[in-house]
Structure formats: structure tokens, C-alpha cells
Ligand binder design. Structure first.
Ligand SMILES: [Zn+2]
Length: 268
């Protein structure tokens, strides 16, 4: 009887010990969930495309300027392959809207760059294809400007871009876009012949897509400082934030679990 009473007493576990056992089991279960989640997250990241930075984009509305009668329209060329490869250095996609026509003899041979302007949606950059341009914040005379760009949100390209060589001055669009995104000729590491933002007179212009940085001759280069500055422009938007990736969602869920675990620890 004595032994029986003793064993009966032993099966009654103190209430505090029951709570401790439950807490241990809960922590152990949460730890297993976290460990499993970490493995899944690591796998997801390993299979994701290798991007140094989140992909961002700029949207551009191109305007083909014609004379008042709708004739003698300016030549248009987006140099898309060059434009995308050049700006891929900054993980920026250049999103071109459909080219629209605008009839204005004054704009076709523009004497005041400010007249072109940012029209419509202010967050969309306007690109004006004109015949000739004599002003870019100072009078340069017709026939001397390939293009002009301002951080106000617009830029222009002239017919002289196409006379430069058989394939044209393929980087003018990207160079002027750089000005729109806040880059100058002598800041953020520009100045070398291989840099996209160096002034046209002393810049080596790629004539083969294979010579755009990081390939071939490494031309049209953007420095890390230029990339950071351009990506901070109000005209650049993050295209990855709008659609969270599975890995991001999983990490958020894990962070939440971790926070709960921490709170439970704090209460205990
Ligand atoms: Zn320039």
C-alpha cells in the first residue's frame, strides 16, 4: 500500500511543471518550423535570378514632332537594344510607350528647349524627337546639338544623332536620360572616355552592342555612384515591390513567427 500511494503521488505532476513541459514542446515545434522555413527560403533565393539590386523602371513617352501640316516629321529611333543594355547596368528597365505624333513647326526646329517640357503625367518622362535644336540652357546654334535633357522630366534628340555614323549615335538617348535622372558630365565619377555621362566631345561611343559595358570595350559605363543617384530619382519606380516574391513573403512570415517566439519567451 505504501508503494502504491507513492506511485500515485508520483503521477500527479506539479502544475508548474506541466506548463514548463508545454512551453518546451511549443518552443521545440516553433524551432522546427523556423528551421524548415529557413531551408525553403535559402532554396528559393538560390534559384532566383542573380540581380545585384531590385529591378526598377522608368517610363518614357516619345513624341515625333512634325511641321504644322503634319509633314517633314522628325526621324525617330529608340536604339532599344543599346538603351536597355546600357541601363541594365543600373538594373533599370526603360519602358517606352507608343510613339505619338505632334504637329508644330516651331517645335520641329526648336529655339528654346524649355518650350518642349514635361507634358501630361508628370511621373512619365517625355522624349521629343525634333529636327534641330539650338538651345539647351544656352544658345548653341542649329546643327550643333545631338540632344538635351533636364531633371525637370524631358529630353530631346535631333536629326544629327543619325548622321554620326551608319548606325547613328546610339548612346545619345541613354546619355540624355542620365541627365533626366540627375547625372551630370563631371559628377558621380563621370569624365572618362568610357563613361555614359561624359560630355559628347570626349566620350567614346559604342558602335557595337558587344562593346557596351560589361562586355567588349566596356563603353557607356555607369559608376556605382551614378547608379545610386539615378535609382534615387523620382522618375524611377520599383517594379518588384508591387508583386512580392514568394521568398519575400516567406521571410515576412518567418519574421512574424520569430517575433511571436520572442514575445512568448519574454512572457515566460
Ligand atoms: Zn550631356
Amino acid at each position: 500500500m505504501k508503494t502504491l500511494r507513492l506511485s500515485a503521488v508520483r503521477v500527479i505532476t506539479p502544475r508548474s511543471e506541466v506548463i514548463r513541459n508545454h512551453a518546451r514542446k511549443l518552443k521545440s515545434a516553433l524551432r522546427r518550423v523556423l528551421e524548415a522555413g529557413a531551408v525553403i527560403a535559402a532554396t528559393a533565393f538560390a534559384s532566383a535570378p542573380a540581380h545585384a539590386l531590385p529591378v526598377m523602371q522608368v517610363t518614357i513617352q516619345p513624341w515625333q514632332v512634325c511641321d504644322d501640316a503634319g509633314n517633314n516629321c522628325a526621324v525617330t529611333n529608340l536604339f532599344n537594344a543599346f538603351t536597355q543594355k546600357i541601363w541594365a547596368q543600373a538594373d533599370i528597365i526603360v519602358n517606352f510607350l507608343a510613339i505619338q505624333q505632334v504637329n508644330s513647326s516651331a517645335r520641329l526646329n526648336e529655339t528654346n528647349f524649355s518650350d518642349l517640357g514635361n507634358v501630361g503625367d508628370a511621373s512619365i518622362i517625355d522624349l521629343w524627337f525634333v529636327n534641330d535644336l539650338s538651345d539647351c540652357g544656352g544658345n548653341y546654334g542649329f546643327g550643333s546639338l545631338y540632344g538635351c535633357g533636364t531633371s525637370g522630366g524631358w529630353f530631346a534628340m535631333t536629326k544629327w544623332v543619325y548622321d554620326f555614323s551608319p548606325i547613328g549615335r546610339v548612346d545619345t538617348l541613354s546619355h540624355e536620360l542620365g541627365h533626366v535622372l540627375g547625372l551630370g558630365h563631371n559628377d558621380f565619377g563621370a569624365g572618362g572616355a568610357d563613361n555614359l555621362l561624359t560630355s559628347g566631345g570626349s566620350r567614346s561611343i559604342a558602335q557595337d552592342l558587344g562593346d557596351v559595358n560589361p562586355d567588349g570595350l566596356g563603353l557607356e559605363k555607369l559608376t556605382a555612384q551614378q547608379i545610386a543617384e539615378a535609382r534615387s530619382s523620382d522618375f524611377v519606380s520599383d517594379v518588384t515591390n508591387s508583386v512580392p516574391e514568394p521568398g519575400t513573403l516567406l521571410l515576412a512570415a518567418l519574421a512574424l513567427l520569430g517575433a511571436r517566439l520572442t514575445r512568448r519567451k519574454a512572457v515566460a
